[in-house]
Ligand binder design. Structure first.
Ligand SMILES: Cc1cc2nc3c(=O)[nH]c(=O)nc-3n(C[C@H](O)[C@H](O)[C@H](O)COP(=O)(O)OP(=O)(O)OC[C@H]3O[C@@H](n4cnc5c(N)ncnc54)[C@H](O)[C@@H]3O)c2cc1C
Length: 287
């Protein structure tokens, strides 16, 4: 299908983009990689009169570390995440997650900011962000605020972001050295969204769990932080029984929709299975 007619704008700076967003209001949409927005426009679920392309704003790109925090520009593409030596060394979970997003074509253009801002429960970055304790920098003409990932995702295609805001940067506290990690994603075929997936970070103190985060993809209208599962593991030995019990608790909070990827019971069971797999792999990677 062909999208509705629109005016295309390509601001060269963030202040220009914010000015346009304020000027056009609800008639405008931001364009990042276009892999979620353009299909929406072609199906006419979105019919913006103005498209503001963020692709020519250099300050929205790149990965750097500052005072123990990884700062990732919202327009950084999936492939740039995958190839980042800094992320490979300091945040391999993000690299592992980005590698499992769709196919090379999508990863060349699709951006981390677009993946988060879209609010699609099927997208992989939201759960990764929850597991990594990320926060998001939102800028508007009237100022800037930083919002934790936990609580940012409100519903399907719905986040805390206001229409006049641009997600500019993603902040991730550098995980402690030796943190175990895994993104376990079940998909029907290469390039597919998750049937269910689990992101885990894990730190052990001797034989017991010192710190753990578990977050789930595509098993509810938003990504889920499995807080009950985390609580059940903290201070305990990471035995098969403990992982099984944590998986049961993760499954309890799932509220998946039946679709071509499976029925509700199957998806809930797969959320449990992915949780156990991710925990086991994260345990094997702890140093
Ligand atoms: C075939 C296919 C398979 C896919 N499989 C997966 C998958 O397995 N896992 C996965 O996670 N994703 C998947 N995707 C989605 C893909 O990762 C998209 O790239 C991503 O959802 C959106 O990123 P984008 O840069 O393309 O954003 P766009 O499509 O340009 O924008 C998406 C939305 O976010 C808004 N937006 C974008 N950037 C900003 C910003 N900086 N500030 C505020 N709002 C902004 C836009 O206005 C729009 O509403 C798939 C897409 C396709 C086409």
């Amino acid at each position: 299908m062909i999208p509705h007619e629109f005016d295309y704008h390509a601001p060269a700076s963030l202040p220009d983009a914010l000015g346009m967003l304020a000027q056009f209001g609800d008639d405008a949409k931001l364009l990042a990689g276009g892999h979620s927005l353009l299909p929406m426009m072609k199906m006419r679920f979105a019919q913006p009169a103005h498209l503001i392309d963020l692709g020519k704003i250099p300050e929205l790109r790149g990965v750097r570390e500052e005072a123990g925090t990884l700062r990732i520009g919202a327009m950084t593409t999936e492939n740039e995440l995958i190839w980042s030596k800094l992320l490979q060394d300091k945040c391999p979970l993000l690299v592992e997650g980005a590698r499992q997003i769709s196919d090379p074509q999508v990863r060349y253009k699709g951006t981390i900011g677009g993946d988060i801002a879209h609010g699609d429960p099927g997208n992989d970055h939201p759960a990764l962000m929850l597991a990594l304790g990320a926060s998001f920098v939102l800028r508007s003409k009237s100022g800037e605020r930083t919002v934790p990932a936990d609580g940012f995702f409100v519903g399907t295609y719905d986040t805390q972001m206001k229409p006049d805001e641009i997600l500019t940067e993603i902040h991730i506290p550098v995980p402690a050295a030796g943190t175990g990690y895994c993104y376990a994603k079940l998909k029907r075929k290469v390039g597919d969204f998750a049937t269910a997936a689990a992101a885990v970070t894990l730190r052990m103190k001797g034989d017991t769990v010192d710190a753990v985060a578990v977050a789930l993809t595509n098993v509810a209208p938003t990504p889920l932080k499995a807080k009950g599962a985390e609580d059940s593991l903290r201070g305990k030995a990471l035995t098969d029984a403990a992982m099984g019990a944590a998986a049961e608790l993760a499954m309890k909070i799932c509220d998946p929709a039946a679709d071509q990827r499976g029925d509700v019971e199957y998806k809930r069971a797969m959320a449990g299975e992915m949780t156990q797999r991710a925990l086991r792999t994260a345990q094997s990677r702890c140093r």
